[in-house]
Design a protein around this ligand. Structure first.
Ligand code: 23J
Ligand code: MN
Length: 263
């Protein structure tokens, strides 16, 4: 594509955004004191809930301005997992938020609808067979695409059934070990879910524990957790923009995720 054509392509997108034939879908939950946080087994350090204190609010300490100090774990709410989050990705190049090239934050997105299966079984696992079946209808997942698993779990965000913790730990859907291997073979940008983390609730018991951390970050791929509004996306044809904070040496951060999609 020459300069004129690429300028025209972008002008077309902007004109379609203005006339409403292309829309922006926000895949981000509000972030606040009530945002659910993952609970690890008690022997491990825990991530605190989001909190804040007022610096000043139109008062003696700041008569015309309002600002807060926030305290938040990197992996809180709708958030981005960088490869350095996991020990398997610790020595990879460009594995932290400040070194991931900007171009990696814009790309195609495939949405795999497992909402019915997840409603029927809180431990539903996405498999290579399920994705291959999806590909028969929607085409092969392109290299560099985000793959998002739709479960409608985001609709439970204010309920105990979001974390869904039972006596034997959390129960929520996610990818199987073979599924994560399959996604790496497809050379995806990353994998995203509507649940508190990218792995299934019971993923710590898999033969490769927490494969969507261990394997995917070891392969230099990214994660997105606690997404919402996936039911507003087409299976293919949308563009994803992920914008985590550029934290020096950051392993992840709360993120704003937008999908640009045909209306
Ligand atoms: C730390 C330890 C285990 C897990 C996680 C974080 C996450 O899910 C996360 O937010 O990356 S499983
Ligand atoms: Mn995380």
């Amino acid at each position: 594509m020459n300069m004129t054509n690429s300028s025209q392509a972008l002008a077309q997108v902007l004109s379609n955004l203005a006339d409403g034939s292309i829309k922006v879908v926000d895949l981000t939950h509000p972030l606040g004191e009530n945002t659910p946080v993952i609970a690890l087994p008690p022997e491990f350090a825990q991530s605190p809930p989001f909190s804040r204190e007022v610096i000043s609010k139109y008062n003696e300490t700041g008569p015309a301005w309002y600002w807060n100090t926030i305290h938040v774990g990197e992996h809180t709410g709708t958030h981005f997992d960088a490869p350095a989050h996991w020990i398997s990705g610790k020595d990879l190049p460009n594995n932290t938020l400040d070194t991931i090239p900007a171009g990696k934050h814009v790309g195609p997105v495939c949405v795999i609808d497992a909402s019915k299966e997840s409603a029927a079984d809180a431990d539903f696992l996405l498999t290579p067979e399920f994705i291959e079946n999806w590909e028969k209808t929607h085409g092969r997942i392109p290299a560099g695409a985000w793959v998002l698993m739709r479960t409608d779990w985001s609709k439970r965000i204010a309920e105990p059934s979001f974390l869904n913790i039972k006596e034997d730990g959390p129960h929520s859907p996610g990818p199987s070990v073979a599924c994560v291997e399959f996604l790496i073979e497809r050379n995806v940008a990353g994998f995203g879910t509507e649940t508190v983390g990218t792995d299934a609730g019971q993923g710590f018991l898999f033969d490769t524990p927490l494969p969507c951390h261990t394997l995917i970050h070891g392969a230099g791929k990214f994660g997105l957790a606690s997404l919402c509004n996936l039911d507003q996306l087409p299976p293919t044809g949308a563009m994803l923009i992920t914008a985590p904070m550029k934290i020096v040496d950051g392993s992840g951060s709360p993120v704003r995720v937008f999908a640009i999609t045909p209306a």
